[in-house]
Ligand binder design. Structure first.
Ligand code: TXA
Ligand code: MG
Length: 334
């Protein structure tokens, strides 16, 4: 199969993408978080092809992307007032709501669960595509299962070229980390995956959140190893880094990702490359996956990430770094 590259800024390319999706094809499209691998959420055969293209286990549900909040009522039932309030406040945006599923809708996308994940993405190309398409788009991140999510069309091609009909290019994703997932199907709202919209942001409307429960949610984002580069990755605190680097770099070629500039005390003879990461959590999240991909392409024996501060606004970045470290080098799902 040849994967077409379509330009999200061109109306005829958008129409082409919508027509492909209507015919049951797979089209990757940009969102503000990461690129999604889209298929018609009402076409179970098309959705089955997403699982095959990604190598994703069939029991992992997909998010259904919708054009506007009022579409929630088509896909979900018993929608609490809170869902409407959250939608009004955060949509279009990087928040996925888990709700009770309308029986018979999105059977394959929701992997047979009684619940469904819904989101209105905050990207003009995604919204234009949804508008033209006129239905819901089931879309996981457009990467092979377990690997780093794509934040540019070129990343999608690196992962899925020849396995999908097209990719709609909408430039680099601005958020860069997957959406916050909030489960509203239980007794108390619970965050299943941290993202750019934080517990504090949500708390303003929600009040008390249920504590995170690692055992309960069915989310690959909750598997320990995920979002992983092919190169082994080690996380270090700034203190560990200062005390152990000389030893580490004597044995291995390293790529070091840290929030400070290349330090003078680091001898140039050491076999390492330095990548300076942003000091602000939103900017860090926006570039993290692209930097990890670059590190894989440059090639070295190990990636060392010096951890950002342990503060609430860094939760999503910490979450992805921990999973990347757990899965790195293991080639999860391949
Ligand atoms: O930002 C995002 O959310 C991106 C863009 C493309 O929208 N999508 C994304 O999809 O990250 P994916 O499939 O890689 O992750 C979706 C997560 C999975 O962890 C899945 O298990 C969870 O959402 N999920 C979907 N439906 C669910 C449900 N009914 N109950 C619990 N978790 C659900
Ligand atoms: Mg994913």
């Amino acid at each position: 199969m040849h994967t077409q590259i379509l330009n999200g800024a061109r109306t005829d390319d958008l129409s082409r993408a919508a027509a492909l999706l209507k015919s049951g094809a797979l089209v990757a499209f940009p969102t503000e978080t990461v690129y999604g691998l889209g298929a018609d959420a009402s076409n179970d055969a098309a959705v089955a092809r997403i699982f095959a293209a990604k190598g994703r286990p069939a029991d992992h549900p997909l998010i259904v992307h919708i054009a506007k909040a009022t579409d929630m009522a088509y896909w979900a039932c018993e929608i609490p007032d809170l869902a409407w309030k959250l939608a009004e406040r955060f949509w279009p945006g990087p928040l996925t709501l888990i709700l009770h599923r309308q029986p018979g809708r999105a059977n394959a996308a929701s992997a047979g669960l009684p619940t469904i994940g819904l989101r209105v993405p905050g990207h003009p190309v995604a919204l234009a595509l949804l508008e033209q398409f006129g239905g819901g788009l089931a879309a996981p991140s457009a990467n092979r299962f377990g690997r780093i999510s794509p934040t540019a069309a070129a990343h999608v091609l690196a992962e899925l070229e020849g396995r999908i009909e097209a990719v709609l290019d909408g430039g680099a994703c601005t958020v860069g980390l997957e959406s916050t997932i909030l489960d509203l199907s239980g007794e108390r709202p619970r965050i299943l995956r941290p993202g750019a919209i934080t517990a504090a942001d949500i708390g303003v409307l929600v009040g008390e959140l249920a504590p995170a429960d690692a055992a309960a949610p069915r989310a690959p984002g909750t598997l320990e190893a995920h979002y992983a580069p092919g190169t082994p990755l080690r996380l270090m605190t700034p203190e560990q880094f200062e005390s152990e680097l000389a030893e580490l770099s004597a044995d291995e070629t390293l790529i070091i990702m840290a929030q400070r500039e290349y330090p003078g005390w680091l001898a140039t003879s050491m076999r390492c490359r330095w990548i300076t990461m942003p000091a602000d959590p939103a900017a860090y999240g926006a570039v993290l996956y692209a930097r990890l991909r670059e590190a894989d392409v440059i090639g070295c024996q190990r990636i060392v990430v010096v951890l950002p501060p342990r503060e609430a606004q860094w939760e999503a970045v910490h979450d992805r770094l921990m999973r990347a470290a757990a899965g790195a080098g293991a080639h999860v799902g391949e």
